[in-house]
Ligand binder design. Sequence first.
Ligand code: PGA
Length: 264
Amino acid sequence: MVQKERALVITGNWKMYKTFDEAEAFINGLLPNVKDYKTKICLALPYTLIMPITHNFNDIPILFGAQNMNDASEGAFTGEIAARMLKDAGAQFVLLGHSERRHLYNEDDAFINRKVKRAVKDGISPILCIGETKEEHEANRAQEVITRQIKEGLAGIEVEQLHSLGIAYEPVWAVGTGKSATPQMAQDIHHFCRNLLAEMFTPEFAEKVIIQYGGSVTPSNAEELLIQKDVDGLLLGGASLSLDSFTQIINHAESILNRKVESI
Ligand code: PGA
């Protein structure tokens, strides 16, 4: 049994789904099940839900965040949103460089790097999403791509500024396809990322960083992924939209943490 040294985090990424009523019903349904859980539960909400949800549900064991933001502090950028606004609305973290942002909206590493810098400057925790495409995966280029995404995404940032950084490894070929990475593949890449962070910053920092896996996680494959040593959590798209599958996955995380306590 692998003992978890870091927290276990389950993050739902709701993408462009759910109205306020749907979100409220979901959270009301979730709360009684996760009372007193040690698993850290996070929800990346659509922008319009952040303020009403954080106002209606304060002091609950769920952290709320956003799915994207602009790199500027403010300005004439129609349709964009700033870190300060997200914080003001109650968001505590933000996903940056999600594969849908990189590939559908052409966000490059330099832009994502500016967003990470803005997030740390304006006090919102960045979760840097990385992952190789199917072509890159088939050409055995995953490590090369991930190295570039991490090096460029975190360029020019001091380790002291990165205490709230999270990483999400989401192979593009696994996101929304029903084809997850195997637990061993996820472990190997997460371990690789941690070594890279140790080289770029310090081993102590790398040991602490939460690295979540995302891409076609379901209640059936969640546990095998979560017991990998360097898999500290899961970033869920589809499985976070249904209360039933989200709760089942959180229960898997919680039972892994409880097993750890029992075996001490
Ligand atoms: P999926 O999405 O779980 O539906 O594959 C993951 C994500 O986009 O974060």
